[in-house]
Each structure stands twice: as C-alpha cells, then as structure tokens.
Design a protein around this ligand. Structure first.
Ligand code: NAD
Length: 291
C-alpha cells in the first residue's frame, strides 16, 4: 500500500507556480492577481480564505480579499461581482461558498465572467469541461486528477466508482474520469443517496473516489483487494485525544481499508491540500491565456 501525499504534491505545485511567476516578472509581465469575495463570518470559510491568501503570498501572486457583511443583499453582491468583472487589474476571482441563505448562489455563479471564474463553477466552464475543451477545472476534482497523474496511477480501462454527486466534487469527478484523457478513460459508475446496494458497486471498483461527508462510511468489506481509494470527505468530530478537542475524519475507515489498497489518500493530508494548489493553477492559466 502506498500513501498518496497531498501535502507534498501541493507544495511541489506551489513551488512550480512560484517559478512561473518569476518568469512572468522577468519578461516584464504583471504578476497574477486573484481576488476572493467573502460574505459573512462563517468560521470554515474564513479559514479557507485565509489559507488562499497565504498561498498567494507564497507563490508571489497579488491577492485581494473583499469582505462583505452577512447582511449584504443579492443586488449588492451582484454589483460587486460586476465591478470585479470590469476590473482589468484582477485576473481571476472566486466568491467563497456557501453564501448567506438570502442570496441565490446559482445567480451569483452565473454572473461571474467565465474567463475569471477560476472555481470552474460557471455553466460555460462546466460545459467546456464535459466536452473536454480547455477550461478551469473545479478545484477539488482537478486536485485529484493531479494526484493520480503525479503518482502515475494507471486509470485507462479501469472501473471507477464515484460516491457522491455534488456539483463541486462528485459530478465533475465522474465526468473527468470518463473523459478521453490521461488520467481518465475509466468506465465510471456514479453512486449517490438513491443508489441501491452500494457495496455491490464498490466491490467491483479498481478506483473509488468518495465525497460524501459521512465519517468512516467506506469499510474494508466494501473494497476490492488492490483498489485505489481517494477520500474527499472532511468531517470535524469531537476528540478527547487532541489539544483542540476535535479531529478531522474522512469518509473512509482508514485503518481497515488501507491494508487492502494499492494507493490511498489520508485525511488530513490527502485531497484537502490540493484544492488551493488547483485554484492557483487555474489563476495562472487565466493569466497565460491572456498573454
Ligand atoms: P454534498 O453534501 O454536497 O453531497 C454529498 C453527496 O453524497 C450527495 O450527492 C448525496 O447524493 C451523496 N450521498 C449521501 N448519502 C449517501 C449514501 N448513503 N450513499 C451514497 N451516496 C450518498 O457533498 P460535497 O460538497 O461534495 O462534500 C462531500 C465531502 O467532501 C464533505 O465532507 C466535504 O467537507 C468534503 N469536501 C472536501 C474538499 C477538499 O478540499 N478536500 C472539497 C469539497 C468537499
């Protein structure tokens, strides 16, 4: 069994981006500029956004954090989005989800300029992804593709079972694994809450990608010997063993599943660190496609 080290791969990618930023500067070009819009004070969102700003600093990107109060109306947020669309100094931006309940997320996503939508959530970018055209891939699936690629994990002709069909992870992941590309070329089964006899599907899988949000859901009796298991789930649970009083659990019962796997991602330190690296790769792409 080999552990897939997302922390190391994401750090390698940030180093590669940093070199490319220096090359841009050497050619007299401006450095990439990523903006993040954060509405409200959701604790998890604040942590993600702070990590994004820090990663921008590390690679030499300019970054702008636009903080708006929880009471911001949909109209006010749309105006901010239009401002960012029109601002030529900003190459790319994201609106941190989830948004307060009174704001229609889909309306906001659709108002972002597709060329600046480095989350890859705009329907135009989702469509391009499905058609295997160059575009921004959504950060978490893109991160998983990078892990498979950089560990030289063979996917062609393999049976991949994706569990979970969210717009940000499961659904795009199923599309990417089925595309005619490398990694890709899998026969894909997409499982979700209405799937009957999930175990019958997972036991046939060469590759399992699970994005559920139910801690330790995937157990050893659901996994074939030699499978590749990618665990996207992150759930905070109370723990008496840690100083903070909580620990992070994935969707996989790691201790019993890992010995059966050829490759497996841990939680934390697997898929999680890749998300920001993917976002910065997309931002660099936003700049390079203009140059
Ligand atoms: P979500 O909550 O939007 O969707 C969960 C999916 O699981 C749904 O499509 C549902 O149909 C499916 N599901 C629920 N019960 C099921 C069952 N019994 N059998 C089969 N399918 C079932 O999820 P999400 O936003 O994709 O997030 C999933 C997990 O991944 C969460 O723990 C989240 O925190 C984590 N996540 C991690 C990262 C990262 O960077 N590592 C990024 C995004 C999400």
């Amino acid at each position: 069994m080999q552990l897939i080290d997302g922390k190391k791969i994401s750090s390698d990618i940030l180093d590669e981006i940093m070199i490319q930023v220096k090359e841009l500067q050497a050619r007299g070009k401006k450095v990439p500029h990523l903006a993040t819009v954060l509405v409200g004070d959701d604790g998890a969102s604040q942590t993600y956004v702070a990590a994004k700003v820090k990663a921008c600093e590390r690679v030499g990107f300019e970054s702008t954090l636009v903080r708006l109060p929880e009471s911001t109306s949909e109209q006010e947020l749309l105006e901010k989005v239009n401002e960012l669309n029109a601002n030529s100094a900003i190459d790319a931006y994201i609106v941190q989800m989830p948004l307060p309940k009174h704001i229609n997320e889909q309306k906001i996503i659709e108002s972002i300029f597709p060329q600046k939508d480095v989350d890859g959530f705009h329907p135009q970018n989702v469509g391009k992804m499905a058609l295997n055209l160059p575009t921004y891939l959504p950060a978490t699936p893109y991160g998983i593709i990078q892990l498979l690629k950089r560990y030289n994990i063979s996917t062609e002709g393999k049976h991949c079972v994706v569990i979970g069909r969210s717009n940000i992870v499961g659904s795009p992941m199923s599309i990417l694994m089925a595309r005619n590309s490398n990694p890709g070329n899998c026969t894909v089964t997409l499982c979700h809450s209405k799937t009957v006899n999930l175990k019958e599907h997972t036991l046939l899988a060469d590759i399992i990608i699970i994005a559920l949000g139910r801690p330790e859901f995937l157990t050893a009796n659901m996994v074939k010997q030699g499978a590749v298991v990618i665990d996207v789930g992150i759930t905070r649970v109370a723990s008496a063993q840690t100083k903070s009083g909580f620990k992070l659990l994935g969707d996989v019962k790691f201790d019993e599943v890992a010995p059966k796997c050829s490759y497996i991602t841990p939680v934390p330190g697997g898929v999680g660190p890749m998300t920001i690296a993917s976002l910065l790769m997309n931002t660099l792409l936003a700049v390079n496609s203009k140059n």
